[in-house]
Design a protein around this ligand. Structure first.
Ligand code: URA
Length: 260
């Protein structure tokens, strides 16, 4: 942009971008937006076809709408499409990609994490950064892998939030509430034998409670399935001494899989 702006204006512009969640430059060359033809404004929310489950719900409440569209999804692919079309969560506008799931949907184990970070946002897959690499090593220790085609050894992985929060901040309660119907439907459609709740946000969303230090290692019931809260691998990277408890929980998981 061939425009001279002062220090304060530049600082205010930078602060504004940071507030929006911008944390890196993604274009190789600068774009002079003054040269671009004015595009017609996009509608903020798409019109809802009268025959859709949302119209049937007849509501403006984002959580009710999420419930209706999630319930209307009859397959994992339909659920992914419903999420991609859901336009009521502002996180979607700040994220590059929808991070839906990775691994084998037929797996007996479904891991539910928190939200995509930078690497996941770029690659469009959950748990692919440093924490994800640790997760893969942890699963490998008990003979499980997201790449396995055998459901006995396979793992299916998703997150509570499918879009990266700006600067990896904690999700807000209203964001969790909007995404919960999608997560619940995701579990119903994948129908795993066991859920693993990775970290506090996953526990808050699905158990209504935080406090992973107390919750970890204790089986819970989530949507009629056994669910094991565990330390999040990102926490283990920051607190390596907690790997001892994580190892204990992995063995608990392995034993339950064998017995079920
Ligand atoms: N942490 C999560 O909880 N999920 C991811 O996908 C990556 C990091």
């Amino acid at each position: 942009m061939e425009q001279n702006i002062g220090y304060r204006q530049a600082q205010a512009l930078l602060a504004w971008q940071i507030e929006l969640g911008v944390d890196e430059a993604i274009g190789e060359t600068p774009v002079n937006r003054y040269d671009l033809a004015a595009a017609p404004p996009k509608p903020r929310r798409p019109a809802t076809p009268a025959s859709s489950p949302v119209a049937a719900a007849d509501t403006d409440d984002p959580v009710d709408i999420a419930r209706a569209v999630a319930a209307g999804a009859g397959s994992l692919e339909a659920l992914r499409e419903a999420l991609a079309a859901y336009d009521h969560c502002d996180l979607k506008r700040g994220a590059r990609t929808l991070v839906f799931a990775d691994g084998n949907p037929a797996a007996r184990i479904m891991v539910i994490g928190e939200a995509p970070g930078r690497d996941e946002d770029i690659q469009g897959k959950p748990f692919v950064g440093r924490a994800g690499q640790l997760l893969d090593r942890m699963l490998d220790c008990i003979g499980l892998a997201r790449t396995s085609i055998d459901r006995e050894q396979a793992v299916y992985i998703t997150n509570i939030l499918p879009w990266r929060p700006p600067q990896n901040r904690d999700p807000k309660p209203e964001e969790i509430a909007m995404m919960l119907p999608f997560v619940q439907r995701h579990v119903e459609l994948a129908a795993p034998d066991i859920l693993v709740l990775m970290g506090n946000i996953s526990c808050l969303a699905l158990l209504g409670r935080k406090g992973i230090t107390r919750l970890r290692g204790n089986w819970q019931d989530v949507l009629g399935r056994p669910a094991l809260p565990m330390f999040h691998p990102a926490y283990l990277l920051r607190n390596p001494h907690a790997k001892r408890e994580a190892w204990h929980d992995l063995l608990t998981l392995q034993a339950r899989l064998r017995d079920l």
